[in-house]
Ligand binder design. Structure first.
Ligand SMILES: CC(C)[C@H](C(=O)O)[C@@H](O)C(=O)O
Ligand code: SF4
Length: 474
């Protein structure tokens, strides 16, 4: 018999019962809750007269609708205010811990979970949010669920699921200077497409993945969902374990030593068999920039906007044409000639401390280009904001002309006041570039934090790896 994949192990560790048709009841170790997908679930509990099965396994935080300025004045928009207040009321009524807007631990749910040690290696983690895949970076089985499932997990701490297939994405070799986790994952999506991972749980492996920090690994797993897989995973190693040492909710004392021993087993066996294997050479990856309205419509920064007429598949050709029209781009235009109006550095993909450091390193001592109307930096949590300020990153950004905001989803999806106006073009470190994602009629180009900062300074895209490579050779 062949060995097991990490996914097989995590799955088997959590199955409560399997039916003949393969549907299984699995136990959920951690349930994260935010204001958008929880109101009806709590309402369902209330109507049925139920209580959460294990209150302490739930952790809630408001992130999508919170303002990123003037928090002391409350939430101006009535719809957003109602969402956030409803979460507060529900958590108070059902005995669930919530980090509210004034709590330094508040932030984007997928940043807060690992930061607090609320999500740990070996756990099953769910949240009514597709980017729950982020937490797989620590060797957890983590995926997004719908609102009726949120209610089910609250009530039973279990979930009915069918096991997915195993996919291995191996990125071997060394990336060139200036290439980040974001470029790796965009290159992966460019290769396999947004449907490439449908029906699979993706394990990311290879020396280039191993070389990433936990922050970088979270960036990669965050976008597994954009590659079509509900869950992305990375095996546990010393980087994982060190990241969790002393986190507020991580095990302590003897429990920590026992956990550490158990976590060390959380990797695929050498003889594990995957249903599909995809390989990339890290050295080939250049800074990535999306040009269309899907994360798979991506090219290296030194390329030009592709020509739909070169595409043989008619369906793809039509969607490329539509994307070009929406994005107001012409085939053949050099990516570095695309001028931006706004820049957004934030989101659960790229708002952790290393992202802010990378952006600040580019912005240091420079000024925003005249055509950039707004460049904002939105840290992923209050604690990240505090850390960044203790390193003086806020000053670097402010001196360069960026706005330094409070934590939340912000202009990743424009559920709060931060948004693009129709026709505006934005370099964004988030994960989705769908039509209207950052505001009605807004045009989004997905990039890494260093690329976004460089675009803010130049006013158009520039290749951050050229300079980094020159620096490396000097
Ligand atoms: C609002 C929420 C349901 C949604 C998600 O599931 O991902 C959002 O976070 C997003 O990024 O589009
Ligand atoms: S930051 Fe963006 S992608 Fe992440 S949870 Fe918020 S809205 Fe979704």
């Amino acid at each position: 018999m062949s060995g097991k994949t990490l996914y097989d192990k995590l799955w088997e560790d959590h199955v409560v019962h399997t039916e003949d048709d393969g549907s299984s009841l699995i136990y959920i170790d951690r349930h994260l809750v935010h204001e958008v997908t929880s109101p009806q679930a709590f309402e369902g509990l209330r109507l049925a007269g139920r209580k959460p099965w294990r209150q302490a396994r739930n952790l809630a935080v408001a992130d999508h609708n919170v303002p990123t300025t003037d928090r002391d004045k409350g939430i101006a928009d009535p719809v957003s205010r109602l969402q956030v207040e409803t979460l507060e009321k529900n958590c108070a009524e059902f005995g669930i811990t919530e980090f509210d807007m004034s709590d330094i631990r508040q932030g984007i749910v997928h940043v807060v979970g690992p930061e607090q040690g609320a999500t740990l290696p070996g756990m099953t983690v769910v949240c009514g949010d597709s980017h729950t895949s982020t937490h797989g970076a620590s060797g957890a089985l983590a995926f997004g669920i719908g609102t009726s499932e949120v209610e089910h997990v609250l009530a039973t701490q279990c979930l009915v699921q069918k096991k997915a297939k195993n996919m291995l994405i191996k990125v071997d070799g060394e990336v060139r200077p200036g290439i980040t986790a974001k470029d790796i994952v965009l290159a992966i999506i460019g290769k396999i497409g947004t449907a490439g991972g449908n029906g699979y749980t993706i394990e990311f492996a290879g020396s280039a993945i191993r070389a990433l920090s936990m922050e970088g690994r979270m960036t990669v797993c965050n976008m597994a969902i954009e590659a079509g897989a509900r869950a992305g995973l990375i095996g546990v190693d010393d980087v994982t374990i060190e990241y969790y040492r002393d986190r507020p909710l991580a095990p302590k004392g003897n429990d920590w030593f026992m956990a550490e021993r158990m976590w060390q087993q959380l990797h695929s066996d050498p003889d594990a068999v995957f249903d599909k294997v995809v390989e990339l050479n890290a050295a080939d990856i250049k800074p990535q920039v999306t040009w269309g309205t899907s994360p798979e419509l991506v090219v290296p920064v030194d390329a030009s906007v592709p020509d739909p007429d070169q595409e043989s598949d008619a369906t793809k050709r039509e969607s490329m044409k539509r994307a070009l029209q929406y994005m107001d781009l012409k085939p053949g235009v050099a990516i570095t000639d695309i001028k931006l109006d706004k820049v957004f550095i934030g989101s659960c993909t790229n708002s952790r401390i290393e992202d802010l450091r990378a952006a600040a390193a580019v912005a240091k001592g420079k000024k925003l280009a005249a055509n950039i109307q707004l460049a904002m930096v939105v840290p992923g949590s209050g604690l990240i904001k505090q850390q960044a300020e203790s390193e003086g990153l806020d000053k670097i950004f402010i001196e360069a002309g960026f706005e330094w905001r409070d934590p939340g989803c912000s202009m990743c999806l424009a559920m709060n006041a931060d948004r693009l106006e129709p026709g505006e073009r934005c370099a964004s470190t988030s994960n989705r570039n769908f039509e209207g994602r950052q505001g009605y009629g807004g045009r989004t180009h997905l990039v890494s934090p260093a690329m976004a900062a460089a675009a803010a300074i130049a006013g158009h895209f520039v290749d951050v790896s050229t300079e980094a490579n020159q620096g490396a050779q000097a």
